[in-house]
Design a protein around this ligand. Structure first.
Ligand code: HEM
Length: 137
């Protein structure tokens, strides 16, 4: 059961990250286009993707917390990991705000800003994966 839960955890983590990588990429394109038809299409794609990736994030974190609680796992790595995951949850929610700003025509940021913003999940993924596999502390 433990390994089945861990496998499900990793499946939902990977699926959640697909959205965390792709949504800011849509923002990069959205910040560059002028014509209304393309902006409308991008806003619809962003809305559908955000609606799809949110339950995946909830399942990834939920199963992770259940693994932690059910099997009474301990270690500094789990606390450090959870701190990074809280950052990831804040990033996810901020993407929701940016999505609504784009849909309302309120975006003020440049495509360059979104290119840098798009790298944050990469850094978190690298840090969390090394933490959970190596368990250094
Ligand atoms: C609050 C959220 C999370 C909690 C409480 C959590 C907790 C856990 C726990 C307890 C395990 C089992 C560790 C083991 O068997 O050695 C695990 C495995 C794993 N978690 Fe999470 N996790 C969370 C979110 C994430 C996220 C966001 C990622 C990806 C960035 C992630 C990536 C992994 C990986 C790759 C494994 C497998 C490690 C291995 O088999 O050695 N987890 N997680």
């Amino acid at each position: 059961m433990y390994l089945t839960l861990k496998a499900l955890h990793i499946i939902f983590v990977v699926s959640w990250f697909a959205g965390l990588f792709y949504l800011p990429r849509l923002f990069v394109n959205h910040a560059m286009v002028e014509d209304a038809a393309t902006r409308e299409r991008l806003a619809l794609m962003e809305y559908k993707l955000y609606r799809f990736m949110t339950p995946l994030g909830i399942l990834a974190v939920g199963i992770g917390l259940w693994l932690w609680y059910r099997y009474q796992l301990t270690g500094g790595w789990l606390h450090a990991k959870t701190a990074l995951v809280l950052l990831l949850i804040a990033y996810h929610l901020y993407c929701g705000k940016l999505m609504r700003d784009f849909a309302a025509g309120r975006n003020t940021r440049s495509h360059l800003w979104y290119r840098v913003f798009n790298e944050v999940p990469v850094l978190v993924l690298v840090a969390v994966t090394f933490l959970v596999v190596l368990k250094p502390f």
